[in-house]
Design a protein around this ligand. Structure first.
Ligand code: 8X3
Length: 247
């Protein structure tokens, strides 16, 4: 199979790319960081094709992805995404909000818009979006991050609606707490203490757990569409609703 993985330079995207190459597939891995893409290419060989662009740049999406044979793409994994900040909404940085909207929403929509018509023309294909439990379950400070993942969830569902009468499939994978990646380092802008405190004493999900889930979704026959998978570490569960007293 030929697979596009966005945000392949680290974390979930890198693990997903590595596992697909190990399984004998060809991976087009996208990312902003040429040095990381080059290192991955050196490690993975000919089956990994690096595509250097920022998913926020709609012209770059068309220019770089336009160079490959999109007609041959079997699977698109929309993995590129980030969380920035954990402040309550009234203290949040508007630039953080805009960056999350740009990558998690506009970037995902831009790549999908380019690839989807080829899948429909071929009457086959699979789009896997990497959503989050934050798209369904609110938590303090998740404000725009959670809202962006709620967009991804409903966009996935609405794609399914439009894709009636085709064999093109869509899955939203919604992980909860996943450690061992740069997710929290990015969220807390390099504050290692804050980032590490998130995972202290928790047997968290790993990039490998998410990649295994992706592999399972891809292994299903064409007549099976996995609409969504929500997975959490066993150590994580629902927090319940919050009550303020005497406000
Ligand atoms: C990752 C899940 O709980 O860290 O999207 O926001 S969480």
């Amino acid at each position: 199979m030929q697979i596009i993985v966005t945000g392949a330079t680290a974390g979930l995207g890198e693990q997903i790319a590595r596992d697909f190459v190990a399984a004998g597939h060809t991976v087009y891995g996208t990312g902003r960081r040429l040095d990381k893409l080059t290192a991955l290419k050196e490690s993975l060989g000919d089956c990994f094709i690096p595509l250097c662009f920022d998913v926020c740049d709609s012209q770059a999406i068309s220019k770089v992805l336009g160079r490959i044979d999109l007609d041959k793409i079997d699977v698109l994994i929309n993995n590129a995404g980030l969380a920035l900040g954990l402040e309550p909404a009234h203290l949040a940085d508007i630039q953080d909000w805009q960056a999350m909207i740009d990558v998690n929403i506009k970037g995902l929509v831009g790549v999908t818009h380019l690839v989807l018509p080829y899948m429909v023309a071929n009457n086959q294909g699979l789009i896997i979006n990497i959503g989050s439990t934050a798209g369904s379950h609110p938590y303090f400070g998740a404000n725009v991050y959670g809202a962006s993942k709620a967009f991804v969830k409903q966009f996935s569902n609405n794609l399914r609606a439009d894709l009636i009468n085709t064999r093109v499939r869509v899955t939203n994978i919604e992980p909860g707490m996943c450690g061992g990646t740069q997710f929290s380092q990015v969220r807390f802008k390099g504050d290692h203490q804050k980032a590490e405190a998130v995972y202290q004493g928790v047997e968290y999900l790993t990039a490998k757990d998410i990649s295994n889930t992706v592999q399972w979704v891809v292994s299903q026959p064409w007549h099976v569409n996995i609409n969504a998978i929500e997975l959490m570490p066993t150590a994580q569960t629902y927090a319940g609703l919050a009550i303020a007293r005497d406000i």
